[in-house]
Design a binder for this molecule. Structure first.
Ligand code: SF4
Length: 328
């Protein structure tokens, strides 16, 4: 049998939140609204967008931390959309882990680093204390918290922000996962530690053939870290392709705006005219008709507020959902 190289497939996944409003009304927040994508083993895919684009909900839905409302999730060849068997779910949880945004909030302040890293191992049936210690020490070495013995008995408040995030990464690694969702993992740590953490991700990815879904609002770090890039806007993917191709040759006006919003370190480019977008992302309760971006798009034309553009292939490994391309 030939092994399927895809580790994750999302097929028209929707994640809606139903919020009661008054006695008889319910508000429906369409956080993720029909996303399909495929990730290959060892790939890093960046999901990029502003707050409210649905990227965090998508990442959590992909690993069933949030239940999808519709669609299918195939992980490692298995349909896990409605998987409920406890044993199977436990196996899946070992394979798919998450690194949270906030290293301050995601670690229990009353537990030592050893206890934090030991907890998932105990839950997953590692009964031998010596074996657990060996795995913990190896994980600390992997995330460059060395010498590991110095960190085992420390509490999170005794570490720097960068060190705490390394503990978060070690916690995700102790169960030897295949797939990691990294949810804004460098947005709350010092700029000086960001590059080091991203470099660490790269080396772990290469060493263990890990697949990363890297969720970020920062297209500059996505450029450094990811092989492929998906741009999300109001619950939909509006552009997808190889990171290099999308960043060098963006097709969607929203992607162009995200790229031009990144400060250019070259002073010569100070006076270059850049088309920026204004306004806030609309509410996912009542997304605009037609193209969801039309309320902010500087290129809006006749069909944009009437019909929704679908994601079409513009060239090899590059797709966009915009009427500017649909009409060609
Ligand atoms: Fe802008 Fe129209 Fe393209 Fe939407 S479909 S991004 S409104 S040009």
């Amino acid at each position: 049998m030939v092994e399927d190289n895809a580790i994750l497939k999302l097929e028209n996944v929707k994640t809606y939140f139903f919020l009661p409003k008054g006695l008889f009304k319910t508000l429906v927040v369409k956080a993720v609204d029909g996303v399909s994508l495929e990730m290959k083993r060892g790939e890093s895919l960046a999901i990029v967008g502003e707050s409210g684009s649905g990227k965090t909900t998508l990442g959590r839905t992909a690993i069933r931390l949030i239940e999808p409302t519709e669609g299918r999730i195939i992980f490692d060849g298995k349909d896990i959309t409605h998987m409920s068997d406890e044993k199977e779910m436990k196996m899946f949880r070992r394979s798919a882990q998450i690194i949270f945004q906030d290293p301050f909030m995601s670690l229990n302040p009353y537990m030592t680093i050893r206890e934090i890293l030991e907890e998932p191992l105990i839950i997953h049936g590692y009964n031998d204390a010596e074996e657990r210690k060996e795995i913990i020490v190896k994980s600390l070495i992997d995330v460059k918290l060395q010498p590991p013995e110095e960190f085992l008995l420390k509490y999170p408040h005794m570490l720097s922000g960068g060190q705490r995030q390394r503990v978060g990464i070690a916690r995700a690694m102790v169960l030897n996962p295949k797939f990691i969702v990294a949810d804004e993992p460098v947005s709350m740590i010092d700029a000086s530690s960001r590059a080091e953490i991203l470099y660490l991700f790269k080396s772990l990815q290469e060493k263990y053939n890990l697949t990363f879904m890297y969720i970020t609002h920062d297209i500059a770090t996505a450029k450094y870290f990811s092989d492929n890039l998906a741009v999300m806007y109001l619950g939909k993917i509006v552009e997808y392709g190889s990171t290099r191709e999308v960043i060098l040759n963006p097709k969607h006006p929203y992607t162009s705006a995200l790229i031009t919003a990144v400060p250019d370190p070259d002073p010569k480019n100070r006076f270059i005219y850049r088309k920026v977008i204004s306004g806030e992302i609309p509410s996912a309760v009542n997304p605009p008709q037609g193209c969801r971006f039309h309320t902010r798009c500087p290129y809006k034309f006749d069909p944009c507020d009437k019909s929704e553009p679908s994601l079409i292939q513009v060239n090899l490994n590059h797709m966009v959902a915009c009427h500017l391309y649909n009409k060609k």
